[in-house]
Design a binder for this molecule. Structure first.
Ligand SMILES: [Zn+2]
Length: 292
């Protein structure tokens, strides 16, 4: 691997947060709110195939990636990245991709779809993006969904903190960032102690709340995706190397952030010992995803 991480085993790294570099995610599901994000951050919405993605990860020394589904259809009007499609892509690269489904909590059949994802499609967990999906996870209306996933015995990823979707547009395209306040996830975690929860991203501007929850709730974890390490809140980086060294994981938010760039910043801008690097880059994720 090109980065200067001598104590880290090549190919064992796990990216806990990857989206499709294809039109299914970037154009169809992303729609106008994704174009806002891209123009705000000076990127384009170019697409490429999974073979190119696999090769890019191989070159960065990463052996596995969690590929996330997306269904925010009710709130955004955009089509989902279907769960069958996620499973299909996973089946093409079964040693590389771990597939996470997505169900739209505002759809009447979300509980049935969650069961189908695990029982029929063999997906390994679920991803929720409360800002795009427009729901409050602590609302009792969703309790049956959390109980169902808890019973299915697979983990969930919730979005944490602000989102770039809709950035700079009037009203932010109607998206509400308060739905991704980790304090709402604290409620879910308290009522569903067997539900394993990963709060994705340093949850700006609520990183302190996120750290408190990860520390107090045995079933809550976090990842460092969506931000290059050099921009991550100092206290988050400090906790990742101490109190939460068993709880924090590596993730990119591909294709918005590229693995080589993330790992380069991790190698240059953080000062973890080799044991901690191994935990953050793959051991914690192996444990959380049950890959051991
Ligand atoms: Zn993401």
């Amino acid at each position: 691997m090109p980065q200067d991480l001598p104590g880290v085993d090549e190919e064992r790294l796990i990216d806990t947060h990857a989206h499709q570099p294809t039109s299914e995610f970037l154009h169809d599901a992303g729609g106008q709110m994704m174009e806002d994000a891209a123009s705000k951050f000076g990127t384009n919405l170019e697409t490429w195939d999974y073979e190119t993605m696999r090769e890019e990860y191989r070159e960065a020394g990463i052996g596995r990636a969690v590929l996330l589904g997306w269904d925010a259809e009710t709130n955004t009007g955009n089509p989902p990245v279907p769960n069958d499609y996620v499973a299909e892509v996973r089946d093409e690269y079964p040693d590389f991709f771990v597939g996470f489904g997505s169900v739209d909590p505002l759809k009447d059949d979300c509980v049935e779809e969650a069961i189908r994802c695990v029982d029929d499609l063999d997906l390994s967990g679920f991803k929720f993006q409360q800002i795009a999906q427009g729901f409050d996870p602590s609302d009792d209306a969703h309790d049956e969904l959390w109980s169902t996933i808890e019973d299915l015995g697979v983990p969930v990823v919730f979005h944490g903190g602000n989102s770039t979707l809709g950035a700079g547009s009037p009203g932010g395209r109607g998206l509400k960032i308060r739905h991704a306040n980790p304090m709402l996830i604290d409620e879910v975690a308290a009522e569903h102690p067997d539900l394993q929860i990963l709060i994705a991203h340093p949850a700006f501007p609520w990183e302190k709340e996120q750290l408190a929850i990860c520390q107090q709730k045995g079933n809550v974890y976090m990842d460092l995706s969506g931000w290059l390490p050099r921009y991550v809140d100092e206290q988050v980086l400090q906790y990742a190397g101490s109190l939460l060294s068993e709880k924090v994981m590596f993730g990119t938010d591909y294709p918005m952030l590229r693995p080589e760039d993330w790992l380069e910043s991790f190698a240059e801008d953080t000062e973890y010992d080799e044991e901690t690097q191994r935990k953050l880059l793959f051991e914690n994720a192996e444990e959380f995803l049950g890959l051991n």
